[in-house]
Design a protein around this ligand. Structure first.
Ligand SMILES: Cc1cc2nc3c(=O)[nH]c(=O)nc-3n(C[C@H](O)[C@H](O)[C@H](O)COP(=O)(O)OP(=O)(O)OC[C@H]3O[C@@H](n4cnc5c(N)ncnc54)[C@H](O)[C@@H]3O)c2cc1C
Length: 378
Protein backbone atom coordinates (compact mmCIF):
# COMPACT_ATOMS: atom_id res chain seq x y z
CA UNK A 1 0.00 0.00 0.00
CA UNK A 2 1.30 3.46 -0.98
CA UNK A 3 0.51 6.71 0.90
CA UNK A 4 -0.62 8.63 -2.19
CA UNK A 5 -1.69 7.64 -5.70
CA UNK A 6 -1.52 10.42 -8.31
CA UNK A 7 -3.57 9.95 -11.47
CA UNK A 8 -1.85 11.70 -14.39
CA UNK A 9 1.86 12.27 -15.04
CA UNK A 10 1.64 15.65 -16.84
CA UNK A 11 3.02 18.82 -15.26
CA UNK A 12 0.41 18.73 -12.48
CA UNK A 13 0.97 15.12 -11.43
CA UNK A 14 4.75 15.33 -11.83
CA UNK A 15 5.07 18.47 -9.69
CA UNK A 16 2.82 17.02 -6.98
CA UNK A 17 4.85 13.78 -6.99
CA UNK A 18 8.12 15.71 -6.65
CA UNK A 19 7.01 17.67 -3.58
CA UNK A 20 5.04 14.83 -1.97
CA UNK A 21 7.80 12.25 -2.39
CA UNK A 22 9.91 14.05 0.23
CA UNK A 23 7.70 12.63 2.97
CA UNK A 24 5.27 10.15 1.45
CA UNK A 25 5.31 6.93 -0.59
CA UNK A 26 3.94 8.05 -3.92
CA UNK A 27 2.92 6.30 -7.13
CA UNK A 28 2.04 8.19 -10.30
CA UNK A 29 -0.35 6.35 -12.62
CA UNK A 30 -0.11 7.58 -16.22
CA UNK A 31 -2.35 6.19 -18.96
CA UNK A 32 0.06 6.87 -21.81
CA UNK A 33 3.54 5.52 -22.59
CA UNK A 34 4.96 9.05 -22.06
CA UNK A 35 3.97 11.44 -19.28
CA UNK A 36 4.13 14.56 -21.48
CA UNK A 37 1.94 13.22 -24.27
CA UNK A 38 -1.09 15.43 -23.62
CA UNK A 39 -1.36 19.14 -22.77
CA UNK A 40 2.03 19.40 -21.03
CA UNK A 41 3.87 18.49 -24.23
CA UNK A 42 1.87 20.96 -26.35
CA UNK A 43 2.21 24.36 -24.66
CA UNK A 44 3.60 27.68 -25.83
CA UNK A 45 6.10 27.56 -22.92
CA UNK A 46 5.59 31.10 -21.64
CA UNK A 47 5.90 32.44 -18.10
CA UNK A 48 3.91 35.70 -17.92
CA UNK A 49 3.26 37.07 -14.45
CA UNK A 50 0.50 39.37 -15.73
CA UNK A 51 -1.45 36.57 -17.48
CA UNK A 52 -4.73 35.19 -16.13
CA UNK A 53 -6.94 36.20 -13.22
CA UNK A 54 -5.90 37.28 -9.71
CA UNK A 55 -5.49 33.70 -8.46
CA UNK A 56 -3.44 32.63 -11.48
CA UNK A 57 -1.19 35.66 -11.18
CA UNK A 58 -0.60 35.03 -7.47
CA UNK A 59 0.32 31.35 -7.99
CA UNK A 60 2.52 32.28 -10.95
CA UNK A 61 4.44 34.73 -8.75
CA UNK A 62 4.64 32.06 -6.05
CA UNK A 63 6.28 29.75 -8.64
CA UNK A 64 8.91 32.31 -9.63
CA UNK A 65 11.45 31.41 -6.94
CA UNK A 66 11.42 27.73 -7.89
CA UNK A 67 11.92 28.58 -11.56
CA UNK A 68 14.82 30.90 -10.78
CA UNK A 69 16.45 28.78 -8.08
CA UNK A 70 15.42 25.13 -8.44
CA UNK A 71 16.85 22.73 -5.84
CA UNK A 72 20.39 21.56 -6.42
CA UNK A 73 20.59 18.68 -8.91
CA UNK A 74 17.12 19.42 -10.33
CA UNK A 75 18.42 20.43 -13.76
CA UNK A 76 21.60 21.63 -15.44
CA UNK A 77 20.14 24.37 -17.66
CA UNK A 78 18.07 27.42 -16.65
CA UNK A 79 14.32 26.80 -16.45
CA UNK A 80 13.56 30.37 -17.58
CA UNK A 81 15.22 32.44 -20.31
CA UNK A 82 14.34 36.04 -21.17
CA UNK A 83 11.72 36.46 -23.88
CA UNK A 84 9.42 39.38 -23.09
CA UNK A 85 5.98 39.90 -24.56
CA UNK A 86 4.64 42.75 -26.66
CA UNK A 87 0.90 43.37 -26.44
CA UNK A 88 -0.49 45.05 -29.53
CA UNK A 89 -3.78 46.39 -30.82
CA UNK A 90 -5.41 48.46 -33.52
CA UNK A 91 -6.74 51.96 -32.78
CA UNK A 92 -10.08 50.35 -31.89
CA UNK A 93 -8.38 48.09 -29.34
CA UNK A 94 -6.45 50.94 -27.73
CA UNK A 95 -8.75 51.36 -24.68
CA UNK A 96 -8.42 47.64 -23.95
CA UNK A 97 -4.66 47.83 -24.34
CA UNK A 98 -4.44 50.88 -22.08
CA UNK A 99 -6.45 49.07 -19.40
CA UNK A 100 -4.14 46.04 -19.64
CA UNK A 101 -1.12 48.35 -19.49
CA UNK A 102 -2.40 50.09 -16.34
CA UNK A 103 -3.08 46.71 -14.69
CA UNK A 104 0.41 45.42 -15.50
CA UNK A 105 2.15 48.63 -14.42
CA UNK A 106 0.36 48.44 -11.07
CA UNK A 107 1.85 44.95 -10.54
CA UNK A 108 5.31 45.38 -12.03
CA UNK A 109 6.09 48.99 -13.01
CA UNK A 110 9.75 48.48 -13.86
CA UNK A 111 9.28 45.80 -16.50
CA UNK A 112 6.46 47.40 -18.49
CA UNK A 113 6.99 50.07 -21.14
CA UNK A 114 4.55 51.76 -23.53
CA UNK A 115 6.08 51.92 -27.02
CA UNK A 116 5.85 54.71 -29.57
CA UNK A 117 5.51 53.64 -33.23
CA UNK A 118 9.26 53.88 -33.91
CA UNK A 119 10.01 51.73 -30.89
CA UNK A 120 7.32 49.18 -31.86
CA UNK A 121 8.78 48.93 -35.36
CA UNK A 122 12.30 48.50 -34.04
CA UNK A 123 11.19 45.62 -31.79
CA UNK A 124 9.08 43.85 -34.46
CA UNK A 125 10.11 45.19 -37.90
CA UNK A 126 7.33 43.29 -39.71
CA UNK A 127 4.53 44.92 -37.68
CA UNK A 128 1.92 46.65 -39.88
CA UNK A 129 1.41 50.41 -39.38
CA UNK A 130 -2.15 49.90 -37.99
CA UNK A 131 -0.61 48.19 -34.94
CA UNK A 132 2.43 50.36 -34.32
CA UNK A 133 0.75 53.08 -32.26
CA UNK A 134 -0.81 50.82 -29.64
CA UNK A 135 1.77 48.52 -28.10
CA UNK A 136 3.51 47.86 -24.84
CA UNK A 137 6.41 45.65 -23.87
CA UNK A 138 6.58 43.43 -20.80
CA UNK A 139 10.24 42.59 -20.31
CA UNK A 140 9.58 40.26 -17.40
CA UNK A 141 7.96 37.50 -19.50
CA UNK A 142 10.14 34.42 -19.95
CA UNK A 143 10.38 31.27 -22.01
CA UNK A 144 10.04 28.11 -19.92
CA UNK A 145 12.08 25.01 -20.68
CA UNK A 146 8.97 22.84 -20.21
CA UNK A 147 10.62 19.49 -20.85
CA UNK A 148 13.46 20.20 -18.39
CA UNK A 149 10.94 21.26 -15.73
CA UNK A 150 8.69 18.23 -16.30
CA UNK A 151 11.54 15.72 -16.48
CA UNK A 152 13.16 17.38 -13.44
CA UNK A 153 10.00 16.79 -11.42
CA UNK A 154 9.68 13.16 -12.56
CA UNK A 155 13.38 12.36 -12.07
CA UNK A 156 13.43 14.09 -8.69
CA UNK A 157 10.30 12.23 -7.59
CA UNK A 158 11.84 8.88 -8.57
CA UNK A 159 15.09 9.74 -6.76
CA UNK A 160 13.06 10.21 -3.59
CA UNK A 161 11.47 6.79 -4.02
CA UNK A 162 8.32 7.57 -6.02
CA UNK A 163 7.18 5.15 -8.69
CA UNK A 164 6.01 6.47 -12.05
CA UNK A 165 3.98 3.78 -13.81
CA UNK A 166 3.24 4.47 -17.48
CA UNK A 167 0.71 2.58 -19.62
CA UNK A 168 -1.41 2.52 -16.44
CA UNK A 169 -4.80 3.81 -17.50
CA UNK A 170 -7.11 4.02 -14.50
CA UNK A 171 -10.29 2.08 -15.26
CA UNK A 172 -12.00 1.71 -11.88
CA UNK A 173 -11.74 3.36 -8.46
CA UNK A 174 -13.25 2.04 -5.26
CA UNK A 175 -13.02 3.19 -1.64
CA UNK A 176 -12.81 0.20 0.70
CA UNK A 177 -12.03 0.36 4.42
CA UNK A 178 -10.50 3.86 4.39
CA UNK A 179 -8.31 3.30 1.32
CA UNK A 180 -8.62 3.59 -2.44
CA UNK A 181 -8.34 0.56 -4.67
CA UNK A 182 -7.44 1.73 -8.16
CA UNK A 183 -7.61 -0.71 -11.04
CA UNK A 184 -5.43 0.17 -14.04
CA UNK A 185 -4.21 -1.47 -17.24
CA UNK A 186 -0.93 -2.05 -15.34
CA UNK A 187 -2.43 -3.67 -12.25
CA UNK A 188 -4.16 -2.72 -9.01
CA UNK A 189 -2.82 -0.02 -6.65
CA UNK A 190 -3.92 1.01 -3.15
CA UNK A 191 -3.51 4.12 -1.00
CA UNK A 192 -5.60 6.19 1.41
CA UNK A 193 -5.11 9.37 -0.68
CA UNK A 194 -5.88 9.87 -4.36
CA UNK A 195 -4.70 12.99 -6.24
CA UNK A 196 -6.69 13.71 -9.40
CA UNK A 197 -4.18 15.29 -11.80
CA UNK A 198 -5.79 13.83 -14.91
CA UNK A 199 -5.86 17.06 -16.95
CA UNK A 200 -8.81 17.12 -19.37
CA UNK A 201 -10.06 13.85 -17.84
CA UNK A 202 -10.17 15.12 -14.23
CA UNK A 203 -13.97 15.22 -14.01
CA UNK A 204 -14.21 11.70 -15.44
CA UNK A 205 -11.69 10.42 -12.88
CA UNK A 206 -13.63 12.17 -10.11
CA UNK A 207 -16.87 10.52 -11.23
CA UNK A 208 -15.14 7.10 -11.15
CA UNK A 209 -14.22 7.81 -7.52
CA UNK A 210 -17.76 8.83 -6.61
CA UNK A 211 -16.97 12.58 -6.39
CA UNK A 212 -19.23 15.14 -8.04
CA UNK A 213 -17.65 16.51 -11.25
CA UNK A 214 -16.93 20.25 -11.02
CA UNK A 215 -17.84 21.23 -14.59
CA UNK A 216 -14.43 21.07 -16.24
CA UNK A 217 -14.47 22.11 -19.92
CA UNK A 218 -11.45 21.12 -22.04
CA UNK A 219 -10.87 23.74 -24.76
CA UNK A 220 -8.78 23.05 -27.81
CA UNK A 221 -5.97 25.45 -28.67
CA UNK A 222 -3.96 25.22 -31.88
CA UNK A 223 -0.33 26.11 -32.55
CA UNK A 224 1.96 25.83 -35.56
CA UNK A 225 5.52 26.57 -36.65
CA UNK A 226 6.32 28.61 -39.78
CA UNK A 227 9.56 29.98 -41.26
CA UNK A 228 10.65 33.50 -40.30
CA UNK A 229 10.64 35.95 -43.24
CA UNK A 230 13.84 35.72 -45.33
CA UNK A 231 16.63 38.02 -44.11
CA UNK A 232 15.02 38.63 -40.72
CA UNK A 233 16.50 37.40 -37.47
CA UNK A 234 13.57 36.91 -35.10
CA UNK A 235 15.45 34.92 -32.45
CA UNK A 236 15.23 37.67 -29.82
CA UNK A 237 11.76 38.99 -30.60
CA UNK A 238 9.33 39.04 -27.71
CA UNK A 239 6.14 37.03 -27.95
CA UNK A 240 3.54 39.23 -29.67
CA UNK A 241 0.01 39.01 -28.24
CA UNK A 242 -3.16 40.66 -29.51
CA UNK A 243 -4.87 42.89 -26.91
CA UNK A 244 -7.97 40.68 -27.02
CA UNK A 245 -5.94 37.47 -27.23
CA UNK A 246 -7.21 36.68 -30.72
CA UNK A 247 -3.74 35.49 -31.80
CA UNK A 248 -0.14 35.39 -30.72
CA UNK A 249 3.23 34.61 -32.25
CA UNK A 250 6.68 34.05 -30.78
CA UNK A 251 10.08 32.73 -31.81
CA UNK A 252 10.44 29.01 -31.16
CA UNK A 253 12.99 26.43 -32.34
CA UNK A 254 14.45 28.82 -34.95
CA UNK A 255 10.98 29.42 -36.41
CA UNK A 256 7.85 31.39 -35.47
CA UNK A 257 5.12 29.74 -33.41
CA UNK A 258 1.65 31.05 -34.36
CA UNK A 259 -1.63 30.48 -32.55
CA UNK A 260 -5.17 31.73 -33.23
CA UNK A 261 -5.65 31.54 -29.44
CA UNK A 262 -8.69 29.34 -30.07
CA UNK A 263 -10.76 27.97 -27.19
CA UNK A 264 -13.05 25.39 -28.79
CA UNK A 265 -14.85 23.20 -26.23
CA UNK A 266 -13.95 19.54 -26.68
CA UNK A 267 -14.39 16.14 -25.13
CA UNK A 268 -11.23 14.93 -23.38
CA UNK A 269 -9.15 13.40 -26.21
CA UNK A 270 -5.86 13.39 -28.08
CA UNK A 271 -6.57 16.82 -29.59
CA UNK A 272 -5.62 17.38 -33.22
CA UNK A 273 -5.34 20.68 -35.12
CA UNK A 274 -8.15 21.57 -37.53
CA UNK A 275 -7.30 23.08 -40.94
CA UNK A 276 -9.69 25.96 -40.30
CA UNK A 277 -7.89 27.01 -37.10
CA UNK A 278 -4.53 26.93 -38.88
CA UNK A 279 -5.97 29.18 -41.62
CA UNK A 280 -7.47 31.55 -39.03
CA UNK A 281 -4.11 31.83 -37.23
CA UNK A 282 -2.27 32.69 -40.42
CA UNK A 283 -4.95 35.21 -41.44
CA UNK A 284 -5.04 36.99 -38.05
CA UNK A 285 -1.26 37.18 -37.75
CA UNK A 286 -0.96 38.45 -41.33
CA UNK A 287 -3.40 41.27 -40.55
CA UNK A 288 -0.96 42.46 -37.90
CA UNK A 289 2.40 41.60 -39.45
CA UNK A 290 3.95 41.24 -42.90
CA UNK A 291 4.65 37.54 -42.57
CA UNK A 292 4.57 35.49 -45.75
CA UNK A 293 3.47 31.92 -44.98
CA UNK A 294 4.04 29.44 -47.80
CA UNK A 295 4.27 26.35 -45.66
CA UNK A 296 3.33 25.24 -42.14
CA UNK A 297 6.22 23.10 -40.86
CA UNK A 298 4.36 21.51 -37.98
CA UNK A 299 1.02 22.04 -36.28
CA UNK A 300 -0.51 20.64 -33.13
CA UNK A 301 -3.35 21.21 -30.69
CA UNK A 302 -3.81 20.67 -26.99
CA UNK A 303 -6.62 20.91 -24.46
CA UNK A 304 -6.58 23.77 -21.95
CA UNK A 305 -9.12 22.69 -19.33
CA UNK A 306 -11.08 25.30 -17.40
CA UNK A 307 -13.65 25.47 -14.63
CA UNK A 308 -16.30 28.18 -15.05
CA UNK A 309 -14.28 30.75 -13.05
CA UNK A 310 -11.05 30.01 -14.98
CA UNK A 311 -9.39 29.11 -11.67
CA UNK A 312 -7.89 25.70 -10.85
CA UNK A 313 -9.29 23.45 -8.13
CA UNK A 314 -6.54 22.39 -5.73
CA UNK A 315 -7.62 20.81 -2.46
CA UNK A 316 -9.63 18.06 -0.80
CA UNK A 317 -13.05 17.25 -2.13
CA UNK A 318 -15.39 18.42 0.64
CA UNK A 319 -17.60 15.32 0.45
CA UNK A 320 -15.39 12.40 -0.58
CA UNK A 321 -12.78 11.35 1.95
CA UNK A 322 -9.21 11.06 0.64
CA UNK A 323 -9.98 12.57 -2.77
CA UNK A 324 -7.76 15.53 -3.71
CA UNK A 325 -8.34 17.74 -6.75
CA UNK A 326 -5.42 19.15 -8.80
CA UNK A 327 -7.21 20.20 -11.95
CA UNK A 328 -8.40 23.07 -14.17
CA UNK A 329 -5.00 24.71 -14.79
CA UNK A 330 -6.29 26.01 -18.13
CA UNK A 331 -3.62 27.90 -20.05
CA UNK A 332 -1.39 28.41 -17.03
CA UNK A 333 -0.44 24.94 -15.77
CA UNK A 334 3.25 25.23 -16.63
CA UNK A 335 3.87 28.65 -15.13
CA UNK A 336 1.92 27.76 -11.97
CA UNK A 337 3.25 24.17 -11.86
CA UNK A 338 5.84 24.58 -9.08
CA UNK A 339 3.47 26.46 -6.75
CA UNK A 340 0.52 24.11 -7.33
CA UNK A 341 2.78 21.10 -6.67
CA UNK A 342 4.01 22.68 -3.43
CA UNK A 343 0.47 23.58 -2.41
CA UNK A 344 -0.70 20.00 -3.05
CA UNK A 345 2.10 18.58 -0.89
CA UNK A 346 1.39 21.07 1.92
CA UNK A 347 -2.37 20.36 1.96
CA UNK A 348 -2.02 16.57 1.66
CA UNK A 349 0.58 16.34 4.45
CA UNK A 350 -0.90 19.13 6.59
CA UNK A 351 2.39 21.07 6.57
CA UNK A 352 3.06 24.80 6.27
CA UNK A 353 3.03 26.57 2.94
CA UNK A 354 6.35 27.84 1.62
CA UNK A 355 7.07 31.40 2.81
CA UNK A 356 6.76 33.26 -0.51
CA UNK A 357 3.16 32.12 -0.92
CA UNK A 358 1.43 34.54 1.40
CA UNK A 359 3.61 37.50 0.41
CA UNK A 360 2.52 36.90 -3.19
CA UNK A 361 -1.17 36.65 -2.30
CA UNK A 362 -1.18 32.92 -3.15
CA UNK A 363 -3.99 32.07 -0.76
CA UNK A 364 -5.04 28.38 -0.95
CA UNK A 365 -8.70 29.30 -0.35
CA UNK A 366 -8.74 30.90 -3.83
CA UNK A 367 -8.38 27.41 -5.31
CA UNK A 368 -10.50 25.43 -2.87
CA UNK A 369 -12.85 22.89 -4.53
CA UNK A 370 -15.35 23.70 -1.78
CA UNK A 371 -16.29 26.85 -3.75
CA UNK A 372 -18.25 24.64 -6.16
CA UNK A 373 -20.37 23.06 -3.43
CA UNK A 374 -23.21 24.44 -1.38
CA UNK A 375 -23.27 23.63 2.31
CA UNK A 376 -23.39 19.90 3.04
CA UNK A 377 -27.02 18.75 3.51
CA UNK A 378 -27.85 18.09 7.18
C1 LIG B 1 -1.42 25.51 -27.23
C2 LIG B 1 -1.24 25.62 -25.73
C3 LIG B 1 -0.44 26.61 -25.22
C4 LIG B 1 -0.21 26.70 -23.84
N1 LIG B 1 0.67 27.63 -23.39
C5 LIG B 1 0.96 27.69 -22.06
C6 LIG B 1 1.93 28.61 -21.59
O1 LIG B 1 2.54 29.35 -22.38
N2 LIG B 1 2.18 28.65 -20.24
C7 LIG B 1 1.53 27.83 -19.36
O2 LIG B 1 1.77 27.90 -18.15
N3 LIG B 1 0.60 26.94 -19.81
C8 LIG B 1 0.31 26.84 -21.12
N4 LIG B 1 -0.60 25.94 -21.58
C9 LIG B 1 -1.37 25.15 -20.57
C10 LIG B 1 -0.55 23.99 -19.98
O3 LIG B 1 0.05 23.27 -21.02
C11 LIG B 1 -1.50 23.11 -19.13
O4 LIG B 1 -2.16 23.90 -18.16
C12 LIG B 1 -0.76 21.99 -18.43
O5 LIG B 1 0.06 21.27 -19.31
C13 LIG B 1 -1.75 21.04 -17.76
O6 LIG B 1 -1.02 19.98 -17.18
P1 LIG B 1 -1.78 18.71 -16.62
O7 LIG B 1 -0.75 17.84 -16.00
O8 LIG B 1 -2.94 19.15 -15.82
O9 LIG B 1 -2.43 18.02 -17.91
P2 LIG B 1 -1.80 16.89 -18.97
O10 LIG B 1 -0.44 17.30 -19.36
O11 LIG B 1 -2.82 16.73 -19.99
O12 LIG B 1 -1.67 15.65 -18.02
C14 LIG B 1 -2.79 14.88 -17.60
C15 LIG B 1 -2.36 13.43 -17.70
O13 LIG B 1 -3.38 12.61 -17.11
C16 LIG B 1 -3.38 11.40 -17.81
N5 LIG B 1 -4.65 10.70 -17.56
C17 LIG B 1 -5.90 11.13 -17.90
N6 LIG B 1 -6.81 10.19 -17.56
C18 LIG B 1 -6.13 9.15 -17.01
C19 LIG B 1 -6.51 7.92 -16.48
N7 LIG B 1 -7.79 7.49 -16.47
N8 LIG B 1 -5.54 7.09 -15.99
C20 LIG B 1 -4.25 7.49 -15.98
N9 LIG B 1 -3.82 8.66 -16.48
C21 LIG B 1 -4.76 9.50 -16.99
C22 LIG B 1 -3.20 11.83 -19.26
O14 LIG B 1 -2.74 10.76 -20.07
C23 LIG B 1 -2.22 12.98 -19.13
O15 LIG B 1 -0.87 12.57 -19.36
C24 LIG B 1 -0.85 25.79 -22.94
C25 LIG B 1 -1.65 24.79 -23.46
C26 LIG B 1 -1.85 24.69 -24.84
C27 LIG B 1 -2.69 23.56 -25.37
Amino acid sequence: MQDVLIIGGGMAGASAAFFLAAGRQVTVLEAEAHCGMHTTGRSAALFIEGYGNVAIRAFTRASRQFFLEPPSGFCDVPLLTPRGTMSIGTAAQRPRLEALFAERVAESATAIEWLDPDASRSVIPILRPEYEASAFLDRSAMDIDVDTLHQGFLRGARRQGAQVVTNARVEAIERVGGAWTVTTTAGVFEAPVLVDAAGAWADQVAAMAGATPLGLVPKRRTAMLVETPPGINAKDWPGVIDADEMFYFKPSSGMLLLSPADETPSEPCDAQPEEIDIAIAVDRVQQAAALPVTHVSRSWAGLRSFFADKTPAVGWDPHVEGFFWLAGQGGYGIQTGPALGQLTAALVTGSDLPKPFLGEGADPSLLSPARFHGPRPT
